[in-house]
Ligand binder design. Structure first.
Ligand code: 5AD
Ligand code: SF4
Length: 457
């Protein structure tokens, strides 16, 4: 869970006086982080963020329903919030995001102390929803999902003072209907934002000092395919890459079926585009990929990897993987293991298959026993531990440019930065370096991070 949590906002010149306090907890993916950032912007006139739920006037939980475990975490947090309502009767509590969209009215029935339930598309109506509750007109439920929903521009300042990196949503929703995935049901159909809105938002955040922009979408590669857009995704990337003052550009997430040659060439041609691609494979077995409705085979995925490396030999590859998808045999699972050995990802995000409401795979009749899913997950994680460490070790001794993002998560005495290849580097250094580009020497590889030593600043 992440908190958009900025107690030092007053120091950054925000007008705190007279504003109420908002505790905003965010679960799940970067789309949710972006939505939470927007919620804070939308409420900026009236609310300032706090990290302490017990002194909040408004508590919002932005939820994720991608797997059952994620959903359960939400119920556990929301259950704990009930006591704050007893302590402070005027407190407003709301549930936003994908669980809100999925469960709707059931949430209000299950948790009657909740005042607001609203889906991802409805965040823009928050000021009106709050007025409704403040005027004593009862709880609000807003889960309308429009298939032609357009993300409106928001011009309020970013909630974090001196942000180093920011997300910009370029499209939302998804039309792919992978058999395991709830996203198309909770975030609706795929809609791209107009390029002008995207460029305007990027200019605004660069004016606020942001150095690195990550373009977001469930499937960025199909950007502009549906509306009469003037740009494809590589076209948009080329335009964004030329924005003055932009130092680093990233994007996520890509679907392998929509990766074009033109997109691969962007990694070779665009200086600001960082050499990292998150390319979810989900399974190494063509049979499973077909049942997942992924529209590519194992060999096609491997061919994309080869081609990418021919344009950008140093590219960092990361992936998502599901084990124990219904019907996955030992043979299928071995194919996943062998794909991991062939590609040698720097990092993987591996999950046990979790049946989701409304999805096609939840209705399959050949579900895999929990013990086998657990065993398979353990096996992929153990293998990846070795592969990841080997990949990270190959960076030892290298000089790397990093963007210093903040204080190290492991040691508050140290700083944390990120290489262009998306490797986290922890290193000792003064806080004035935050937000700056510096060169470090990589002195040691750890699992999922590197240790560095400052060379120039
Ligand atoms: N079960 C397990 N993992 C899932 N993911 C999506 N849906 C499910 C599910 N039902 C994983 C996929 C996706 C990532 C964001 O979450 O790997 O890429
Ligand atoms: Fe879900 Fe597949 Fe769409 Fe990704 S591409 S959001 S996994 S349906």
């Amino acid at each position: 869970m992440k908190l958009l949590n900025f107690n030092n906002v007053s120091a950054a010149g925000f007008r705190n006086r007279g504003r109420k306090k908002l505790y905003l907890a965010t679960f799940g993916c970067q789309m949710n982080e972006y939505d939470s950032q927007r919620i804070a912007q939308i409420l900026h006139e009236k609310y300032v963020l706090t990290s302490e739920p017990d002194n909040a006037d408004l508590i919002l939980v932005n939820t994720c329903s991608i797997r059952e475990k994620a959903e359960n975490k939400v119920y556990s947090l929301v259950g704990r919030l009930k006591k704050f309502k007893k302590q402070k009767p005027g407190l407003i509590i709301g549930i936003a995001g994908c669980v809100a969209q999925q469960e709707g009215d059931r949430l209000l029935k299950r948790l009657p102390f909740i005042d607001l339930v609203f889906g991802p598309q409805c965040i823009y109506g928050l000021p009106d929803m709050l007025k409704h509750v403040e005027n004593g007109m009862g709880a609000v439920l807003q889960t309308e999902l429009k298939h032609d929903f357009l993300i409106p521009p928001v011009t309020a300042p970013l909630p974090e003072p001196n942000p180093v990196q920011a997300f910009v949503t370029i499209m939302q929703g998804c039309d792919n209907f992978c058999a395991f995935c709830v996203v198309p049901y909770v975030r609706g159909r795929e809609v791209s934002r107009p390029s002008e809105d995207i460029l305007a938002e990027i200019s605004q955040i660069l004016d606020e000092g942001v150095k690195e922009v990550t373009l977001l979408g469930q499937n960025v590669n199909s950007f502009g395919k549906k509306i009469g857009a003037t740009h494809s995704f590589p076209g948009l990337l080329r335009m964004v890459a030329e924005t003055p003052d932009l130092e680093r550009l990233r994007f996520t997430t890509s679907h392998p079926k929509d990766i074009s040659l033109d997109l691969m060439k962007c990694f070779r041609d665009l200086d600001t585009l960082c050499e990292h691609l998150h390319l979810p494979v989900q399974s190494g077995s063509t049979t499973v990929l077909k049942r997942m409705n992924r529209h590519y085979t194992r060999d096609q995925y491997l061919a994309i990897v080869d081609k990418l490396k021919s344009f950008c030999p140093d590219i960092t590859l990361t992936t998502d993987l599901i084990v124990g998808f219904p019907g996955e045999t030992d043979r299928d699972f071995k194919d996943t293991i062998s794909l991991l050995k062939t590609v040698e990802f720097d990092q993987i995000f591996a999950f046990k298959y979790s049946p989701r409401p409304l999805t096609r795979a939840a209705r399959f009749d050949d579900h895999i026993p929990e013990e086998i899913k657990t065993e398979r997950l353990k096996a992929v994680l153990e293998l990846q531990k070795e592969i990841g460490l080997m990949r990270y070790k190959s960076l030892e001794g290298r000089k790397e440019e990093i963007l210093v993002e903040g204080i190290s998560k492991k040691n508050p005495e140290e700083l944390r930065g990120r290489t262009r290849g998306n490797h986290v580097v922890n290193f000792p250094g003064p806080q004035e370096l935050i937000g700056k580009f510096i060169t470090v020497k990589i002195i040691k590889a750890c699992y999922h991070s590197l240790r560095g030593k400052t060379l120039i600043h």
